[in-house]
Design a protein around this ligand. Structure first.
Ligand SMILES: C[S@@+](CC[C@H](N)C(=O)[O-])C[C@H]1O[C@@H](n2cnc3c(N)ncnc32)[C@H](O)[C@@H]1O
Length: 404
């Protein structure tokens, strides 16, 4: 999933050749060119350097680096706005030409892919601002906070014998600090009256309208054994255990998810929920009365640990899950698939395609429960994907085997 081999980076500082361990959560290669920057560097200069592919090692005040990142973000946003006005004018022009000459306009490139490209470019530019952390992830920068615990939780222990220091982007550091905040205060799940504590790199259920679907769906008459495939923080397994399923087996590919889910189970005194690191289904498990899965809902390639909860390249997990479910079901067993239809609104997958996948897996729809997401982005009409986001429906598809 992520590069595990250690990488090192070197740069010149006052005519001395320095080197350090390179940390990048989006697997970016170590920068080839690094210049030193500090409080005297202007935002325009830094923006020019970053756009030209030069990485900048910050030597100034820690808090000023945060302001510089904000200034860079504003410049990127202005540039994105200029590009989108240009694109809108161009498409209005080609629509006008088409109406005059009856020539069909070129297919407008998919908005979703444009957005992803813009995000990648934004992240590339912002990730050019680097900082050095010494042994134990200690920063020597002026006004630097204590980031050791957050970095250890996110990136693991540094090997103190070999790794004197490391270089990473301020952006990755901010990700680690943000995750440490969620882990400490938890995500309240109102319908359950409890909080879930996500770890760094684990899908955080900050939008969790689907929880009500899991609470409303009637359990199959027999509900001794259930699987939660791709458990993340363990949220769905917790709901099943609290609803009275006797044996819940939860799996995930991501080792961070397993330790996170385990911590949540212990916190909620549900130690009987079993965990397995597995690609989809557990091994050596009994047949299940219920198999639940909330797969990543957009077919696209993930590029960072967090994106593994959202993007599923070629819908591989979704299709693998559907294909393998029937043979693991006990008699009268049910599959509950939680899936947003955002991919359909973005024309990344059609409803017919999904229904064919159900049928090819020997499954038919017993019933479906729907909910409308209420999270911030679905209400934000400045978001370029607003039309799709505001029409999104998340469903619990109850699927059962058909006899052919
Ligand atoms: C959308 S998140 C859902 C997490 C959790 N079930 C929830 O509802 O909050 C999808 C999860 O599937 C996991 N996953 C992705 N591919 C997987 C695979 N092939 N096998 C097992 N888990 C996988 C991801 O690591 C992630 O935790």
């Amino acid at each position: 999933m992520l590069a595990t081999e250690k990488q090192y980076v070197q740069w010149h500082e006052n005519e001395t050749l320095r080197h350090a361990r390179w940390l990048s959560q989006s697997n970016q290669v170590p920068p080839a060119r690094i210049v030193l920057v500090d409080d005297k560097t202007t935002a325009d200069e830094a923006y020019r350097l970053a756009c030209a592919g030069t990485s900048m090692l910050w030597h100034g005040d820690f808090q000023n680096a945060r302001q510089l990142l904000q200034a860079l973000t504003r410049r990127i946003e202005r540039s994105e706005l200029r590009k989108s006005i240009k694109a809108a004018n161009k498409s209005a022009e080609s629509a006008k030409l088409a109406s005059e000459s009856l020539v069909l306009p070129k297919v407008i490139p998919n908005l979703f892919h444009q957005q992803r490209q813009a995000q990648t470019q934004r992240s590339r530019v912002l990730s050019r601002l680097l900082l050095e952390l010494g042994k134990g992830y200690v920063s020597q920068l002026r006004r630097a906070p204590d980031v050791s615990a957050a970095c250890t939780a996110a990136f693991g222990q540094l090997d103190e014998k070999i790794d004197e220091s490391c270089l990473l982007s301020f952006r990755d550091l901010q990700g680690a600090l943000g995750a440490a905040g969620w882990r400490a205060k938890g995500v309240p799940i109102e319908n359950l009256g409890l909080s879930i504590f996500p770890h760094y790199g684990v899908f955080a259920p900050t939008r969790h309208e689907y929880v009500q679907l899991l609470l409303d769906a009637p359990l199959p008459n027999e509900h001794d054994v259930a699987f939660d495939i791709g458990t993340g923080t363990g949220l769905l397994a917790i709901i099943l255990a609290q609803r009275g399923v006797k044996q819940v087996i939860a799996t995930d590919l991501n080792p961070r998810a397993l330790s996170c889910a385990s911590e949540n189970f212990v916190r909620l005194e549900l130690p009987a929920v079993q965990l397995q690191q597995a690609d989809l289904f557990p091994t050596d498990a009994p047949l299940a009365n219920l198999i639940v899965c909330n797969p990543p809902w957009l077919p696209a390639k993930p590029t960072s640990p967090l994106e593994y909860g959202v993007y599923d390249a070629n819908s591989a997990m979704l299709r693998g899950f559907l294909q393998g479910a029937k043979q693991r079901l006990a008699e009268q067993g049910e599959v509950w698939l939680i899936l947003s239809d955002l991919a359909e609104h973005l024309q990344l997958r059609s409803r017919d395609e999904l229904l064919v996948w159900f049928a090819d897996a020997g499954l038919e729809v017993k019933y479906r429960l729907d909910t409308h997401p209420k999270h911030g982005r679905s209400q934000d009409n400045t978001d370029p994907l607003f039309a799709a986001r505001s029409a999104e429906i998340t469903s619990l598809w109850c699927l059962v085997p058909f006899n052919n």
